[in-house]
Design a binder for this molecule. Structure first.
Ligand SMILES: Cc1cc2nc3c(=O)[nH]c(=O)nc-3n(C[C@H](O)[C@H](O)[C@H](O)COP(=O)(O)OP(=O)(O)OC[C@H]3O[C@@H](n4cnc5c(N)ncnc54)[C@H](O)[C@@H]3O)c2cc1C
Length: 380
């Protein structure tokens, strides 16, 4: 049976690899005409790495990534408020969290898929269900008939918009810059995600190799991100933080800075309809505050491929897939939104209280939360 995947992002590529491993034939249709290494860095959390371990990709990723064994929330002056040590999880799951350049991850994934299975420059415009399957129509005027479609076409999914036209993208009114700085990284930040919370803004750093920092900076905005930050000088992102943050910004080439709006997706009534199934951001885009959007797409890929191999019909597979994944994903979407709002309080008094609260929260709370995120679905 041939399975059609729309979108060659992290979710689509991982799904293709997982399905190939189960003996399915796959084809991927991707909108861009050339899949180039793009973006800044990404955190692959322990749950994502457990999936890549099952898919035999853990070593290849590890070799090009930096292990992260601590998660720290700090104040604007880089004074730690809370630190979560991850070694217990590393022992339990025999893998860790990793920071990696998105382009490197993309290359590793692409190498696992036969070139002839990927069709680029194929932007899906529309589709119709027919007696034979799904008739896909692309913006270049071509069409293709598919038996089963996995839509991994991201937060602006054409497939989702047609199946669930009531679905809504929600903005957190936070602008997010991401960049890559080349610099010698002090030893203490080498294996740590370090996030500083200020007033209505935050700055995070992740080392992705010994001499490269992936950073993200977020600021509240009122109405129109592009207008409000039209003449914005990137160095201003560090003005309310410790001088180390300014050093990182100074070591970042302008062309390696990306600006995005922080958004998520309203809860869909279902992730599938007849012979079409949505995965990743197309089904459940979340704000990046827990570093889990790709992690959840990667978990989708694994669970869906397992169900496709196990169940008698694809309909049953889609139903089981959603039943196994829904509760966890819904929780992370909610939690991620709340964390993002808490991190962006603007009032000075409220910020002092927040910081004191973060400091007083026992480590066991963070550990419990991480446990729920890192644990994969039990398939039996
Ligand atoms: C600022 C920021 C930081 C983040 N950091 C992290 C992190 O550290 N860790 C983490 O786990 N997650 C993180 N995420 C989330 C993560 O990037 C996404 O959840 C993840 O990339 C989703 O993968 P996907 O394959 O579902 O969608 P996408 O990556 O969006 O891929 C969709 C693919 O489909 C293609 N496509 C779109 N429309 C069509 C069409 N009509 N026809 C054909 N192809 C189409 C696109 O070109 C693209 O290749 C972050 C997100 C943001 C915004």
């Amino acid at each position: 049976m041939k399975i059609t995947i729309i979108g060659a992002g992290i979710g689509g590529l991982t799904t293709a690899i997982a399905l190939l491993k189960k003996g399915f034939d796959v084809e991927i249709f991707e909108a861009v005409s050339e899949i180039k290494p793009i973006g800044a860095g990404i955190i692959l959390a322990n749950n994502a790495m457990q999936v890549y371990q099952k898919l035999g990709l853990e070593k290849a990723i590890q070799m090009q990534a930096q292990q992260i064994s601590k998660l720290t929330v700090a104040d604007a002056n880089i004074k730690a408020l809370s630190t979560l040590h991850l070694q217990d999880f590393e022992k339990r799951y025999q893998t860790a969290n990793f920071g990696i350049h998105r382009g490197k991850l993309q290359n590793i994934l692409l190498q696992q898929i036969p070139k002839e299975a990927i069709f680029t420059g194929k932007k899906l415009a529309d589709f119709q269900k027919t007696d034979q399957g799904v008739s896909l129509h692309f913006t270049d005027g071509s069409s293709h008939l598919s038996e089963i479609v996995i839509a991994a076409d991201g937060i602006h999914s054409v497939v989702r918009k047609k199946l669930f036209p009531q679905s809504k993208i929600r903005s957190a009114r936070q602008a997010c810059w991401r960049g890559i700085a080349s610099m010698t990284i002090p030893e203490r930040y080498q294996h740590e995600v370090f996030e500083c919370w200020g007033k209505g803004e935050r700055f995070g750093i992740v080392s992705i190799d010994a001499n490269t920092i992936y950073w993200f900076a977020l600021r509240n905005y009122k109405k129109d991100l592009r207008k409000e930050f039209a003449d914005f000088d990137i160095t201003q992102l560090g003005e309310n933080f410790h001088p180390f943050i300014q050093e990182i910004l100074a070591a970042t080439p302008k062309e390696k800075i990306f600006l995005d709006d922080i958004t998520d997706l309203s809860r869909l009534p279902s992730w599938h309809h007849q012979n079409i199934c949505l995965i990743g951001d197309a089904a459940h885009a979340m704000t990046p505050n827990m570093g889990q959007g790709a992690g959840q797409a990667i978990e989708d890929a694994w669970v869906l491929s397992e169900m496709m191999a196990k169940e008698k019909t694809h309909l049953l597979a889609f139903e089981k897939f959603e039943a196994l994944r829904r509760k966890k994903v819904d929780k992370i979407v909610k939690m991620s939104w709340l964390v993002g709002k808490l991190a962006h309080w603007e009032n000075s008094v409220a910020v002092s209280i927040r910081n004191a609260m973060v400091k007083m929260t026992p480590d066991s709370v963070g550990a419990k939360q991480s446990e729920a995120v890192f644990e994969l679905a039990k398939l039996e």
